[in-house]
Design a protein around this ligand. Structure first.
Ligand code: CUA
Length: 174
């Protein structure tokens, strides 16, 4: 079979470009922890509020017996609940996100937080906040007319300040 040399050259260039892109993606996956969510955990979105874990009283920040910080958040048109939480800076935090209605996304600038929140699944992402301040929590999947207004806030305090706040509120309220 005859292949025109010029055609052959173009075919080689196209394949070369494909190989280059695949290579870049693989390197990124290896060195920058760019990966698909691996936590496949299902939950019934229609009965979230009756579930143990995502009942209203259990949302927000929880510190378990080992001192791990877990944050449970619910996304629903058009906000993230609770509206505002307070966490320490420079500390590993496990976020667990669920949706009560449609597909939402969550993006927190300056952190690695960027994931879809799909009804029926728990999106678990480990994250940390580099320094104290107010961090916006933005929806980045189109979810309806109010999508542009779907955001909330995370208040990040210095570790010591946050810990002091925790101890002072212990025993008073959850
Ligand atoms: Cu929720 Cu866009």
């Amino acid at each position: 079979m005859h292949i025109d040399p010029l055609e052959k050259k173009w075919a080689q260039i196209s394949l070369g470009i494909c190989a280059l892109f695949v290579g870049i993606i693989m390197l990124d996956a290896l060195f920058h922890s760019v990966n698909a969510p691996s936590n496949v955990e299902t939950i019934n979105s229609a009965t979230l509020h009756l579930s143990e874990e995502f009942a209203e009283d259990n949302l927000g920040v929880e510190v378990d017996d080992d001192g791990n910080i877990i944050v449970r958040m619910v996304a629903g048109r058009y906000s993230f609940f609770p509206k505002k939480i307070t966490v320490p800076a420079d500390t590993k935090i496990t976020f667990r996100w669920v949706s009560i209605d449609v597909v939402h996304g969550v993006h927190i600038p300056m952190t690695n937080m960027s994931t879809m929140i799909i009804p029926g699944f728990v999106a678990e992402v480990e994250s940390s906040f580099p320094k104290p301040g107010d961090y916006p929590v933005l929806c980045n999947e189109y979810c309806g007319l109010g999508h542009d207004h779907m955001w909330s806030k995370i208040d990040v305090l210095e570790k010591d300040k946050w810990r002091a706040l925790q101890t002072s509120s212990k025993g008073v309220a959850k």
